[in-house]
Design a protein around this ligand. Structure first.
Ligand SMILES: [Zn+2]
Length: 232
């Protein structure tokens, strides 16, 4: 991973070398920037190119961001709607002298001696995080079985709040998932995980990548769309 400063922003990018003669820049829907460079291109020249195209790169990233989760502002008070695995729950804040978070029927009960918004928010966030960890792991364990033939090396899964993306991966085999994803249906989570696992085989978003994804999940487009449209 490389980076350059562009105004007040930092642009991170990966470089892949090919036998082409000119530099090309790709901005992917997950906001990653890929430089396709000739074998002998100098890093300094590549960085200069990224800066020259900085405005365009940021514009592309902003464009993709509009498909990403824009959860409405929450106040963490009773009556609000919150999602878990694609189902909506009505928040019920209960003042008592113990702390607990649990789903009860169609409700999400949060009990605490301190029911201020930031306390309820913190309790809810750690509940989501714990459930995300378990859920993602079980979906990932299933999904990796579909990659026996490709012999992918998955080093570990991380969970990290990311502003602009649902998931990402490194070529060293680390898959990172946004805990917000646990608000979406299991199939959407599976789609994001399969997408990232496919990247462990094919790093770019060219046709072969989508062919592989299609093999692993034939109706991935449906769940991608669901993720983009429904979880707002
Ligand atoms: Zn991707």
């Amino acid at each position: 991973m490389h980076q350059v400063k562009y105004g007040t922003k930092t642009i991170d990018f990966n470089i892949s070398r090919t036998n082409r003669k000119t530099l090309a820049i790709e901005v992917h829907p997950d906001s990653t920037v890929q430089l396709v460079a000739p074998e002998n291109a100098l890093i300094s020249d590549i960085k200069e190119k990224v800066i020259t195209r900085g405005r365009w790169i940021l514009k592309q990233q902003y464009y993709f961001e509009q498909f990403l989760p824009h959860t409405p502002i929450r106040e963490y008070i009773s009556g609000e709607t919150h999602y878990y695995l694609g189902k909506r729950y009505i928040l019920k804040v209960i003042n008592d002298n113990y702390k607990s978070v649990k789903l009860k029927g169609g409700q999400l009960h949060i009990t605490s001696p301190d029911t201020s918004n930031h306390k309820v928010k913190a309790l809810m966030a750690s509940w989501y995080y714990e459930h995300a960890k378990q859920k993602f792991k079980s979906i990932l364990d299933e999904a990796i079985l579909k990659f026996k033939k490709e012999d992918v090396v998955l080093k570990r899964m991380d969970i990290k709040r990311m502003k602009n993306r649902w998931g990402s991966c490194t070529c060293q085999g680390v898959v990172t998932l946004n805990p917000e994803l646990v608000k979406a249906p299991s199939k959407c989570i599976e789609y994001v995980i399969l997408h990232e696992l496919c990247h462990l085989v094919i790093p770019n978003h060219k046709k072969e990548f989508y062919d592989l994804l299609e093999q692993k999940m034939s109706n991935w487009k449906k769940w991608k769309k669901h993720l983009e449209m429904e979880l707002k």
